[in-house]
Design a protein around this ligand. Structure first.
Ligand code: ADP
Length: 355
């Protein structure tokens, strides 16, 4: 049980708190006043008792008013330890060490086709600050096509595939050159990793790829990852495309065993319906599982430059869940908000399972 070891180490602490306080772990409400008989049990009994409680309530309870809930329980079952963890857990990223940040083209390139320098600067500041605090940060950045169109003064994406690849390869250089310049302002070195799907599929190349990440992070360098657009193909018998960078970022989070994936988008998070169509759409603060309802709510295509759309973000969240990790989907307008999010602020949608 995911909780048992945590409880064991925190048992004493939890049981010194009063029933009206929220436990410091932030994931549970614990009551001892009036229900835990201190004369009969010593603190060393607590892990055992807690394990029993966890078995009894394996899924926990989602209660709107935990205090009322506990009072009701005390009345019906006296002298019992109650442990109720709140399905809507408080965010706590203190133990998060390795973070993958994904930024999409729509965050880097403005609607007029120009590069959003302010955003790239904020992003470089945030990532450099996190690296200085000892965190490992990997950036998955789209934008090669957007930068290429900008450099070559083209106002729309070419239709011919070879031309798209040419524009992307020009744009990739421009984008990395800008990243390198802006990150160097914060004394941070960056590196470029361009990949195709076959890299992930062949064990030898996957091992090389993983080793490269580990070494770069050990050296304090930020790996900037993108799909190798210039050579990836999507043909009947040979597919080396990831499809989109939402998926790529979830794969990178998986292979690098990241503790958190942060997806920066053009929207505040996942809503119960498309907010660009429905005025009354509500932001979901916490998603614990990908239900059919959630999949249905993420309809429609993405932005002008982006290729992902909300559905691909949901699919990535499912991959993140499959790997027992977590994800934040948030607006990329102010990348500085990432620092607030890591301090637990309720920004964007948090995808995290409840065991
Ligand atoms: P980006 O390129 O910034 O990554 P996308 O265009 O791929 O973003 O996806 C975000 C878009 O998804 C939103 O601008 C919105 O139009 C659309 N969308 C569809 N359904 C939803 C939903 N339920 N919640 C939020 N956005 C949604």
């Amino acid at each position: 049980n995911r909780f048992s070891s945590r409880w064991k180490s925190r048992g004493k602490h939890i049981f010194t708190r009063s029933s009206t306080q929220r436990c410091s772990v932030g994931e549970c409400f614990v009551c001892n006043t009036g229900c835990f008989d201190r004369n009969r049990f010593s603190n060393s009994d607590l892990p055992h008792i807690l394990e029993k409680v966890i078995k009894k309530f394996p899924k926990g309870y989602c209660v709107k008013n935990p205090i009322d809930f506990v009072i009701k329980l005390i009345k019906t079952v006296p002298r019992t330890v109650f442990l109720v963890y709140n399905r809507h857990m408080k965010r706590n990223f203190e133990t998060v060490n390795r973070i993958v940040i994904k930024i999409g083209t729509s965050s880097l390139v403005m609607p007029n086709g120009k590069i959003n320098l302010e955003k790239i600067d904020q992003l470089a500041f945030v990532i450099s600050s996190l690296m200085n605090k000892g965190k490992d940060v990997i950036l998955v950045s789209s934008g090669a096509m957007g930068f290429g169109l900008n450099v070559l003064n083209m106002d729309k994406r070419p239709t011919e595939i070879a031309r798209q690849q040419a524009v992307s390869s020009v744009g990739q250089v421009a984008m990395m050159s800008l990243y390198s310049q802006i990150f160097s302002h914060y004394q941070t070195e960056v590196s470029q990793l361009l990949i195709t799907r076959d890299v992930i599929e062949y064990p030898e190349s996957l091992e090389n790829f993983t080793n490269a990440f580990e070494m770069l992070l050990t050296m304090g360098i930020v790996p900037i990852v993108n799909e190798n657009d210039a050579i990836s193909v999507d043909e009947m018998d040979h597919t080396t495309k990831f499809g989109d960078n939402d998926r790529l970022s979830a794969i990178v989070a998986k292979v690098t065993k990241a503790d958190l994936l942060i997806m920066l988008s053009d929207i505040d998070g996942l809503y119960d319906k498309n907010p660009n169509i429905y005025d009354d759409a509500k932001l979901r603060e916490h998603v614990t599982e990908i239900t059919d309802e959630i999949i249905k709510s993420a309809g429609g295509a993405g932005s002008k430059f982006g290729t992902g759309g909300m559905l691909s973000k949901i699919k990535s969240a499912q991959m993140i869940f499959d790997n027992n990790s977590q994800m934040i989907l948030m607006n990329g307008t102010n990348p500085r908000d990432i620092l607030k999010v890591l301090e637990g602020a309720n920004i964007g949608t948090w995808f995290s399972q409840v065991n």
